[in-house]
Write a protein that binds this ligand. Sequence first.
Ligand code: FBP
Length: 268
Amino acid sequence: MTALIEKFLRIFARRGGRSIILAYDHGIEHGPTDFLDNPDSADPGYILKLAREAGFDGVVFQRGGIAEKYYDGSVPLIVKLNGKTNLYNGEPISVANCTVEEAVSLGASAVGYTIYPGSGYEWKMFEELARIKREAVKFDMPLIVWSYPRGGGKVTNETAPEIVAYAARVALELGADAMKIKYTGDPKTFAWAVKVAGKVPVLMSGGPKTKTEEEFLRQVEGVLEAGAIGIAVGRNVWQRRDALKFARVLSEIVYGGKKVVEVLGEVK
Ligand code: FBP
């Protein structure tokens, strides 16, 4: 275990080594349509309050619009250093809009960076990530890599088990101190991704809101069973009308070690 992985776990996995991080970079990644299901979620202040009241380990914000203007220090912050919009239609690429030094000055406890392995611009993101890694080490900041294979003509299914495992391995090899990867859909194949991630803690990325609460809770149960330390999710929490109630049920599973069957009564 490296010192930066230990630091990440100390801050973002405070309870039994388990972690729930609330992702909120969707305003740039998908646009405000993501906020329509629960209009309160358009307000970053609401997201901070939600994370705090649910007792989550952290929030993910972009630097400018959000971290600079809303962050109040009440929940550990991960500043997402790069981002792209949904309006962009080319080969997947996401470039930095913030440095590690700037993230530190915004109060961040860790930084995040997305790579799209397989993209025609993979080399560009890998190069930038290498620079960021050097800077992160200098500033003693854990680096969380969002590893989402995409583009280039070879990635046809982002959640195929071999693709997710490849995503995990790439994040390990490029120096991630924690990683966020998509769920393969079953614990057995996800366990392989966790294994090839080596010493790097794995968080599941949520994806679009599932039809039922139970469906998402089963995914969470599956990733924990597979050895992931937790989840770094957005839409599946704050798009729900009763987001706080759902967040608390998630906590019972992730931190409390409960099974889905034990909490189903609370979400029905
Ligand atoms: P969700 O839980 O809402 O999927 O958020 C996780 C996340 O990684 C966000 O940080 C990011 O905005 C989004 O997914 C990007 O998703 P994609 O590129 O797959 O549309």
